[in-house]
Design a protein around this ligand. Structure first.
Ligand SMILES: [Zn+2]
Ligand SMILES: [Zn+2]
Length: 302
């Protein structure tokens, strides 16, 4: 799969509301960096390869991959990805220099352990671990978490690819909470053109899955009175789905309001709609986190 169309679309965001040239340059470096690792990650990760029956079980039970498998890559591959990440971002990202100095201070054995802790704490959003690493590195928690998530993305993207291609993925219970791979909250959503089904997307795994329309994607609230969306003047096809129970918001696109031949590229939309996040946050909603678990009983059709 080529990322060229994505790179071109990224460049086309130049000049849009809330988009700085620095942000575009950074996103473009990150895209190239992930692309440069794709081949090696496909052939060497995960190692050992998971038994397909484990994936079937995870998907059929509506569980998430990380409850049965540890996504931590082999040290050599992770170190290589990190070295290339730092090289790709060093001229744009001030934190890249601080990270390099932190890593240079560690001896071999220590480095391996800390790298593993950083990787795991970042994708999990484990604040306790991140705070301990922040003290050790002199970096801010938010910086460590953001860079650690970036480092984790090419590996989780591979899990997204594996799961999306698995036969049991299509029949997964749509009311299962969170991303099928990492268990995390969705970052964006879309309403498909053909049947109007709702899809949620995880940016860590670059994976999208079907989810009921009239249910909160974070706390699974189904009380219609407490669900709604913020309309944004002049912003067709965009909307912001909100829930008054957990105050979570989710940016979404309605494909029926898009030109006939266009399709949603979430990697681009995520960068291009940051102004919608600001709008939702002004209304006192926040980027949702997973707080719900599936209620007992049959799943709703919609
Ligand atoms: Zn995920
Ligand atoms: Zn909610």
């Amino acid at each position: 799969m080529s990322t060229r169309p994505t790179a071109n679309a990224l460049a086309s965001l130049d000049g849009k509301e809330g988009i700085s040239p620095e942000l575009l340059a950074l996103e473009s470096r990150l895209l190239d960096w992930r692309q440069s690792l794709t081949g090696e990650i496909r052939s060497c990760y995960p190692e050992p390869k998971p038994d397909p029956s484990i994936l079937t079980e995870v998907l059929e039970s509506g569980s998430t991959l990380v409850t049965v498998l540890d996504p931590l890559p082999q040290t050599t591959l992770l170190s290589k990805a990190l070295t290339q990440f730092l090289a790709a971002t060093q001229s744009i990202l001030p934190a890249a220099g601080d990270l390099s100095r932190w890593l240079a201070r560690m001896d071999c054995n220590q480095g391996e352990q800390k790298l593993a802790r950083w990787f795991t704490a970042s994708w999990k959003g484990d604040q306790g671990q991140l705070e301990a690493l922040a003290v050790d590195s002199g970096l801010e928690v938010g910086v460590l978490e953001w860079t650690g998530r970036q480092l984790a993305k090419p590996f989780f993207h591979r899990w997204g690819e594996i799961i999306a291609g698995h036969p049991a993925f299509e029949s997964r219970d749509p009311l299962s909470a969170g991303c099928p791979a990492c268990g995390g909250p969705p970052r964006m959503g879309r309403y498909e053109r053909e049947e109007g089904r709702r899809f949620l997307w995880c940016d860590l795994c670059n994976l999208q899955w079907v989810f009921p329309r009239l249910t909160c994607a974070f706390c699974l609230n189904r009380d219609q009175v407490k669900l709604g969306f913020l309309t944004i003047e002049g912003a067709d096809p965009y909307r912001i789905d909100v829930c008054e129970v957990c105050r979570g918001y989710l940016r979404a696109l309605d494909e029926r309001k898009l030109p006939e031949d266009s399709r949603v590229d979430f990697l681009i939309e995520d960068v291009g709609t940051l102004h919608l996040c600001i709008l939702a946050e002004k209304e006192d909603f926040r980027q949702g986190s997973m707080t719900g678990s599936a209620p007992a009983g049959p799943s709703p059709v919609n």
